[in-house]
Design a protein around this ligand. Structure first.
Ligand code: C2E
Ligand code: CA
Ligand code: CA
Length: 268
């Protein structure tokens, strides 16, 4: 049944883009004062037969089949359009994060495509807000190639974040070599805070590393006030999770932003 379903997903995924089944959601990222300072773009797929399919399920299939190239390009273009639109509407976030698959990043057209999309939708100022989130898990084999591509993209002023940090093959030398600007602490560590000593130690170590390498830290999957307070005490800069807000479609997120702005008129 499992295999059947994944074949079904694979088949339907080919038509998903053409049938307009793919959309983007946005989850706020907040400062210590709980002001929304950025967001992460998260893809959503609704199919008539399959219902909502989780990206945790279909992204790996898209990667395996190569559909991720076309899908990733679409996500990037829609995301850039949103950022452009918000700037026109005077909604000025500090940062705007998009997930990028390693397969997509290593595709021979990636650098060109990003350059092209930047010229079409962004200016010198808005480009600086973009952060590409990549995961460390698959990185090890192609590390030199990955670093070369990142350097290229960084010439456009786009920054990089290491997603799911702490779960993969990260090592110290790895951190030193990767030209990244931000770490995202994996939500598995955040969710277990208060349960085990070792997760606290893990998080404390990540903050120490971040300081040494001069990286910003985003904590994701913050669900409770206790987790938020623990992270605050450890000098965390940026927070993301259901405790603040769930991912929303664009119009809901815009309402959410405006409500936040009313409370803090100096924002954006
Ligand atoms: P991720 O990049 O680690 O994204 C964070 C996931 O955690 C999102 O799930 C988000 O909805 C969820 N989340 C946020 N706050 C909380 C919380 O407080 N508690 C819990 N339990 N979960 C929280 P989502 O949207 O289902 O995405 C799952 C994964 O799919 C992402 O993990 C990412 O690896 C991948 N993905 C999502 N969108 C894209 C995309 O546009 N491109 C690529 N390549 N991958 C994507
Ligand atoms: Ca992410
Ligand atoms: Ca993550």
């Amino acid at each position: 049944k499992q295999i059947n379903n994944s074949l079904k997903i694979e088949r339907q995924l080919y038509f998903a883009l053409r049938n307009n089944e793919i959309s983007l959601y946005y989850q706020g990222q907040v400062s210590e004062e709980k002001n929304i300072i950025g967001c992460e773009v998260l893809v959503r797929w609704y199919n008539e037969d399959l219902g909502f399919v989780s990206p945790m399920e279909f992204i790996p299939i898209a990667e395996k089949t190569g559909i991720i190239i076309e899908l990733g390009h679409y996500i990037l273009e829609e995301a850039f359009k949103t950022l452009q639109l918000w700037e026109e509407q005077n909604i000025h976030l500090e940062q705007f994060s998009v997930n990028i698959s390693i397969q997509q990043l290593l595709n021979k057209n990636f650098v060109n495509d990003v350059e092209d999309l930047c010229h079409r939708y962004l200016n010198d100022h808005t480009r600086k807000k973009i952060i590409f989130e990549i995961t460390e898990t698959l990185l090890a084999e192609n590390i030199d190639k990955v670093i070369r591509v990142i350097r290229h993209i960084k010439e456009l002023d786009i920054r990089f974040s290491m997603d799911d940090f702490g779960t993969g093959y990260s090592s110290l030398s790895y951190l030193r070599e990767m030209p990244i600007d931000e770490l995202k602490i994996d939500r598995s560590f955040v969710s277990r805070l208060g349960e085990t000593d070792s997760d606290e130690k893990m998080i404390t170590t990540i903050f120490t590393l971040a300081k040494i390498f001069d990286l910003k830290v985003v904590a994701e999957g913050v669900e409770t006030g206790e987790q938020f307070r623990f992270l605050l005490e450890h000098d965390c800069h940026i927070f993301q999770g259901y405790y603040f807000a769930k991912p929303m479609n664009r119009s809901d997120f815009e309402v959410h932003l405006l409500r936040n702005k009313k409370k803090n008129p100096l924002l954006y």
